[in-house]
Design a protein around this ligand. Sequence first.
Ligand code: 3HC
Length: 655
Amino acid sequence: MSALRFSDTISAALADGILVVTIDNAPVNAISADVRSGLMAALEHAEKEGAVAGIVLTGAGNNFIGGADIKEFGKPLVPPHLPDVISRIESSPKPVVAAINGAALGGGLEVALACHRRLAAPTAKLGLPEVKLGIVPGAGGTQRLPRLTGIAAAIDMIANGRIVSAAEALKLGIVDGVTKGELIAEAIADAKMTNAVSLRRTGSLTVPPEATDAIDKAASDASRKARGQRAPSEAVRLVRLAATVSLSEGLAEERRTFIALRDSEEAAALRHVFFAERAAGKVEGLETVAPRKIETIGIVGTGLMGSGIAVSALNGGYRVIGVEQSAEVAEKGRERITALLDKAVQSGRLDAAGREDRLGRLTVTADMQQLVQADLIIEAVFDDLTVKTELFQCLDSIVRAEAILATNTSYLDPDVVAAATQRPERVVGLHFFSPANIMRLLEVVNCKQTAPDVLATAIALAKRLGKLPIVSGVTEGFIGNRIFSAYRREAEYMVEDGASPQEIDAALEAYGFPMGPFAVFDMAGLEIAWARRKRQAATRDPAERYVVIADRLCEAGRFGQKTGRGWYAYPDGKRTDDPEVTAMIEAARAEKAIVPKSFTPEEIVSRLLKAMVDEGEALLSEGIAARASDIDLVMINGYGFPASKGGPMFAAGRR
Ligand code: 3HC
């Protein structure tokens, strides 16, 4: 094999008459301008060179190609363009075989789809996740995928950005084989037997009439999940085109749509979210700190929160020891965890073998001493400072000296909990969101004395649990609840100033929140915040503006949906305005002689956004949050802020 180089990122070697072209653009082999020009040069070389009978295209490292280079988006397009590279692959007179060694995503799968054959390693994953970036595939994905899978399956994958395994890709017809042995050797053998010309698919796709229902269902499922975003419905429209127009017409329409969406605000926001997620969990100073090895996790308290955390830990492959106060309560905890696993099986997220495997790693006991086996213990007991500090003092004498203690509190001061132990440097906060087995956000609280390796371990653990870790300093409510409190306060000020709860909710829902703030308060229940306000009453600054309406609702027994009444009434479970609430609001305004004014939806959104951003700026200046994009991720993943707006800090900067 003699090595050839076509650009900084594209090299090749001739093996048995086949040119094996390798894309090496760490970390994910994204298709940059250098990759595109190198591929063009390699294809040209292969076409001209008599000794080359075919081409195998593969990626260096663990990925085939992670997509177009997202860092180039928002900048002028540099030729050669990806569709031109892809069309050159497709029209190559010599067969091109994709040897898909790892992730083939977005433009990466589009390159593979244009090849004449596709072989995948068993660990490969394939997909067109462009909608998650607010765009549609822009290099043939919406036209070439349905020509392999049919329209319905292509809509399902593209409009939902669903990524599939090599095995599923084989079933769907996306790949021609999943290799058992050496991928490159098999691809070379395949290339030698392939006739490029006979494998071109350029006409429109014939759709059997019986496929119509499945197509309509895939399209309506996708639009239901799209939450007002444009890209999924555009993806559906483009995929459907494959049945009515030629490949070249479909490609032209796809490219026009891709370019229009790529330059949209929605795409800019979702790109921000993509890079924000990659930056999250990176802490200055921790780059060289190795996380500790964690195999067994202890969870004290297996109620609603603890059982969700247990399922999350089991999903992450850990051994779990749940501890309860009595054998009877431990049995209830075990049942709760089993029920969550059963639910996952029913919904298809888990198979029977996965359930058995998880239950095999679970112990729930009333014997606290068993925690001596745990490398990390998470407490998920009642959110009360005395309860938590007493528990930590007790754990101190049971667990191994090097074990990490984590507190799952939403509002209490974890520094106080840490100070109650002999090992404050081994204490960290892990603020899970409910339901803990589903919600992706995990605030990792860096306490005053948390040791760097303990923080690094908590971040690594969060990632293994499939969570999005955001590091927060210690403050009342950490990042999320502090901003949410500011949002809540401002929403209540606005009600006092003249907006109705329903006007505020409608404005926020039109902006993209699944639910406005008052509907959320009613869903979560009003009594916990009421109890906190009563606790804080003695220390509250009397000069600070205070809105009494929520207190009055609670005094009237209106605790939200659970009591059938809160900010709204819920006859037959349906959210409805209640004249009794309107009267309470009017009375509160009258007491302060406030003349109500009217608000446009735009004013409502601006005021709430400003309240969130002001609090976000305060968190940054206090050093509680490391970066504005962390705040955006917390609000998107924990509080329903629309991802398509990029989070409050990003959105405010675009206004
Ligand atoms: N372009 C530029 N940079 C990318 C990238 C891309 N397509 N994909 C990943 N990166 C960068 C990340 O920002 C990160 O950078 P950092 O180290 O500086 O933070 C680094 O690569 C590693 O990324 P991950 O942490 O995500 O690595 P993993 O190993 O966990 O995952 C992956 C690898 C599965 C490929 C994942 O990175 C991924 O899902 N990437 C995006 C896939 C995607 O959305 N592709 C579509 C792009 S749009 C497109 O192709 C348009 C086309 O239709 C024309």
